[in-house]
Design a protein around this ligand. Sequence first.
Ligand SMILES: *[C@@H]1O[C@H](CO)[C@@H](O)[C@H](O)[C@H]1NC(C)=O
Length: 431
Amino acid sequence: MVGTLLLLLSAATNTGHHVQAHGAGIIEDSGKFYMIGEDKTDGSAFQNINCYSSTNLVEWTFENALLTQQPSGDLGPNRVVERPKVIYNDATSTYVMYLHIDSSNYGEAKVGVATSDTVCGDYNYHGSYRPLGFESRDIGLFKDDDGSAYLLTEDRPNGLRIDALSDDYLNTTRNVYLWNRNIESPAIWKKNGYYFMFGSLLTGWDPNDNVYSYATSLSGPWSPWKEFADDGANTYSSQTSFILPWGDSAIYMGDRWKSSNLMRSTYVWLPLELTGTTDIWLKNRVNWVPDAKSRTWAPGPSESRYEGEAATLSGGAVKASCSGCSGSSVIGYLGGPDAGRLEWTGVRSDATTRTTLRIRHLNGDSKERRATVSVNGIEQQVAFLPSENMNTPASASVHCDLKAGSANTIVISTSDGSWAPDIDQVFVPLS
Ligand SMILES: *[C@@H]1O[C@H](CO)[C@@H](O)[C@H](O)[C@H]1NC(C)=O
């Protein structure tokens, strides 16, 4: 019962709001994955550090805001609080979070530390410091097999550093390695005795061709940096955030930042492919299927496409033109006072399965729109992020159960008079 994991995470299963966990890290705890990242609902400045849980990496449930905005101080208004990463300290039985802490002009360049007794409980903020006295902007954490842990930190005047943490993980004790090069968004993956450091070049919110380096010891020697995705594809328009070990390989987790409206930044998750001992490649994919039990993955199924203009419309729903949409048309006025409604019948699946639909939509607002998506009578609230403009569709994903055969029905509407997004088309997995 594994769905199709998509490039685009959509609504959390229990809130109907889009997942807000940017610059995230993942920690596994008692058989669950916890994703901890930044809430960018209202722009760049700090709002919350959010935690979501999942058992399959596909469907995520909102758990808690681990840190929330305070009246003043490091976590006050107009502060930079970015890239939270959490590791567990076995000796102190404590979850330790590191964050990039900064003033709005990025002049402070510090790390913050917070701790909790439970992975997604309220965290106790301990304050901030410059690790070993050096500037620190983007950060990552790495916990080695022997329990020793390391801060990965971008020091703008000097380069990318690996600093050892104290036994309680609350302080840095010594520098382990310094690359005399500015690499940000650092993340380490260890496999078969090799350490792989991933990171991005410095191009602000815009993506670039991210790179990796490897070594058999954290203190080096490290290999020259090289790209791991198609040259010129800017890591498929994303920036490294975290590398999640996954069986024989790992999953690349990146952020597709949208600097003009950060809340509509999305998540690019793709399987890394390791050939031999050190050759890593990331291939772009529309969809793929992770299996959390076996820690394997498979290419995604092929999909059928159903156009909005081929659906049955009722209420106020009307067809409109959209130059970037499939068939140059889109269905608008869904929801609203006239209860616009779109219904696809005869939707085919070759299997009775839980799966993921991809819906292409337009939303000209600066905030998400919501719609009720009903699949075979089972309704869920789905969030649709703003699109680039009213001629370039964005994507949302919906996890649902399909029956084998051609008797599936998908309905999009709203029940509260609010406006749904305009709908271009839906992609439905065949198997
Ligand atoms: C952290 O370590 C530095 C030296 O690496 C030391 O100067 C500082 O006092 C330590 N901080 C705490 C709170 O122990």
